[in-house]
Ligand binder design. Structure first.
Ligand code: AP5
Ligand code: MG
Length: 219
């Protein structure tokens, strides 16, 4: 199964795609995580991407398209994958259309106010990237990751002024991608609100009912 999850910063893409990939036995590919690892390791990609990420801008398409094209061609993506944070521009969506057929694109329709509220208190593990929040997903021990015991920190791009910029960039460059998939009838909208666990159950239903629809269409 090949899926993509779209949605504004803070809409829960990372929280849900990690769990969904695990449930479906497919690979979770987060372009944000790939970039943050590159920045941490000071690779040539990380050096190029750092300024864009920290100023809330998108990393240029020519870089992102190459990275994702190579990543989805790897062996571990053979059974399928969930793209989290890609595509975010029309050229990125067009590249995917040329190279693979996505089975479903899910749009997390969450208000900007709610996204900003969530991002103002998000923490992530600096070692494994696990996502936390003091209200909806607190760690068992304050400041420590449940999974790998790594230290938790706030993301550099979660400063209020950078979040504002990211939301603006999302409106201008990624909302047209939502429209692009709506027109080609591959879009499912997740418009529910609830706890992360409740959203996960809705999401699983959304994926399963889409799969049943596709299977019926093939029969
Ligand atoms: P990326 O890492 O993809 O950031 P983003 O899209 O801005 O989204 P976030 O990761 O901030 O939010 P999320 O939707 O994953 O929410 P989360 O699950 O963490 O990209 C970062 C940067 O990299 C970009 O700005 C850009 O520079 C660059 N980049 C990446 N991809 C690119 C691309 N394709 N092209 C160009 N540049 C690219 O949840 C947020 C918080 O809410 C957490 O605290 C969580 O615990 C909490 N939460 C989750 N669900 C709920 C719920 N239901 N109720 C209450 N709280 C909840
Ligand atoms: Mg994320």
């Amino acid at each position: 199964m090949k899926l993509a999850i779209l949605g504004p910063p803070g809409s829960g893409k990372g929280t849900q795609s990690t769990k969904l990939a695990h449930r479906l036995g497919i690979k979770h590919i987060s372009t944000g995580d790939i970039l943050r690892t590159a920045v941490k390791d000071k690779t040539p990609l990380g050096k190029k991407a750092h300024e864009f990420i920290n100023s809330g801008q998108l990393v240029p398409d020519e870089l992102m398209i190459g990275i994702v094209k190579e990543r989805i061609a790897e062996k571990d993506c053979k059974n399928g994958f969930i793209l989290d944070g890609f595509p975010r521009t029309i050229p990125q969506a067009q590249m995917l259309d040329k190279n693979i057929a996505l089975d479903q694109v899910i749009f997390f329709d969450v208000s900007e106010e709610e996204c900003s509220r969530r991002l103002s208190s998000r923490q992530i593990c600096t070692q494994c990237g696990q996502i936390y929040n003091p209200t909806t997903r607190p760690p068992l021990r304050a400041g420590k990751c449940d999974k790998c015991k790594g230290p938790l920190a706030t993301r550099e791009d979660d400063k209020p002024e950078t979040v504002k910029k990211r939301l603006k960039v999302y409106r201008e460059q990624t909302e047209p991608v939502v429209e692009f998939y709506k027109q080609s009838e591959r879009l499912s909208v997740m418009g529910k609100s609830g706890t992360p666990d409740e959203i996960f159950e809705y999401l699983v239903n959304l994926v399963e009912s889409h799969e049943r629809g596709r299977a019926a269409g093939r029969a």
